[in-house]
Write a protein that binds this ligand. Structure first.
Ligand code: FMN
Length: 347
């Protein structure tokens, strides 16, 4: 019988059970291209949660086309479907999902390589039917067993179980990856991809042994040669030590980044100055760009996960994927070889 990861790879058209998850709003287009070319699932990120709609749609289409043409493997589009503090759904969510579905239905090479929409940060039920009818897999990211079950009951095809240590917008109620992963695999009838804190073949082997269908990573993929963000950002992750991560208020939930002047001094000062929520959100988005695209890692916000402390190099994507596969296969072989002894220990 095929393992869950084999079945999911077949449905997604990937070689390896490794996914690069969305990291908007700065582009992850070159990164997704490299991941898709190397046999993983690349993700095109939402171009902006605050960008005007026509520009948003165009940027998304362009990014999808670039990944399809240059990567020639499978890719997904990531769309956060969170609500603002006012309770409204992010207007960008509806526009991005609609545009991505149009691209799929239009047919042609971009459509062929485009295999899934990943929603995150909110309840995805309003979009499931349209996504599936368009011939795409609906993957949804959840940070608790209860949200994962709710998403599966709403009809999503695959759940990403993402632990609280993840980079970027994390969850209001913390559940760490180690607590979440096995429970999600046991509770759900749909395949589970695990994310949050994974960076190597040890994590991959553990999750496959647990019955997961694969792993997804964000922070580890930032520190790769093909990723289009500034070298300083990648190096800041490589140089980060234990306890350097912290959470701060994001747009719709806590977000995790690395301690620096922007998070420790500038953000509290900005909040205390009494600016409106919209101005504050724009300030955070701009400071993210400053760090990601301009390389200002002191005045810009460095969004990244706790796993930064375990990342020690900037490597080509294909090297990372092959290294992860080598490590996972090696570990699983050693584990399999020790099975007779494990069984004998019970006798
Ligand atoms: C810089 C950055 C930006 C992110 N932006 C998004 C986003 O736009 N949408 C989303 O669903 N998740 C976003 N995330 C979360 C990632 O998709 C992924 O779930 C997370 O990075 C996994 O945890 P890890 O960082 O420990 O690998 C972001 C993460 C990072 C580090």
């Amino acid at each position: 019988m095929e393992a869950t990861w084999q079945q999911l790879c077949a449905r997604l058209g990937t070689k390896y059970p490794i996914m690069q998850d969305g990291m908007g709003p700065s582009p992850t287009t070159s990164l997704a291209t490299a991941v898709s070319a190397a046999g993983g699932l690349g993700s095109v990120s939402t171009p902006g949660l605050l960008t005007p709609e026509a520009e948003l749609r165009k940027k998304l289409r362009d990014r999808m086309e670039q990944v399809a043409v240059n990567g020639a493997g499978s890719f997904a589009v990531n769309v956060p479907v969170g609500t603002l503090e006012s309770g409204e759904m992010l207007p960008a969510s509806e526009a991005c999902i609609d545009e991505a579905i149009r691209v799929k239905l239009a047919g042609g090479p971009t459509s062929d390589h485009f295999r899934a929409i990943t929603t995150s940060a909110g309840f995805p039920g309003a979009f499931t039917e349209r996504i599936k009818e368009a011939g795409l897999l609906h993957i949804h990211k959840a940070g608790s067993v209860r949200h994962a079950v709710k998403a599966a009951e709403a009809g999503v095809d695959v759940v990403i179980a993402s632990g609280y240590e993840m980079g970027g917008h994390t969850h209001l109620n913390p559940v760490s990856t180690m607590v979440l992963a096995a429970q999600a695999v046991k509770e759900l009838d749909v395949p589970v991809i695990v994310s949050g804190g994974i960076h190597d073949g040890y994590g991959l082997a553990a999750m496959l042994a647990m019955g997961a269908a694969g792993v997804a990573m964000g922070t580890r993929f930032i520190a790769t040669e093909e990723h289009e963000w500034h070298h300083n950002y990648k190096q800041f992750i490589v140089d980060a030590g234990e306890w350097q991560d912290m959470t701060y208020p994001g747009y719709y939930a806590p977000s995790r980044g690395l301690k620096n002047k922007a998070l420790l001094e500038d953000l509290p000062a900005k909040k205390a100055s009494g600016v409106s929520i919209d101005e504050l959100n724009q300030w955070k988005e701009d400071r993210g760009y400053d760090a990601q695209m301009e390389g200002d890692v002191e005045n810009g916000i460095v969004v990244a996960g706790q796993v930064s402390a375990a990342i020690h190099d900037i490597v080509p994507v294909a090297v990372l994927l092959e290294r992860m596969m080598d490590e996972a296969i090696g570990l699983l072989e050693v584990t399999a070889a020790s099975l007779p002894a494990l069984k004998a220990a019970r006798a």
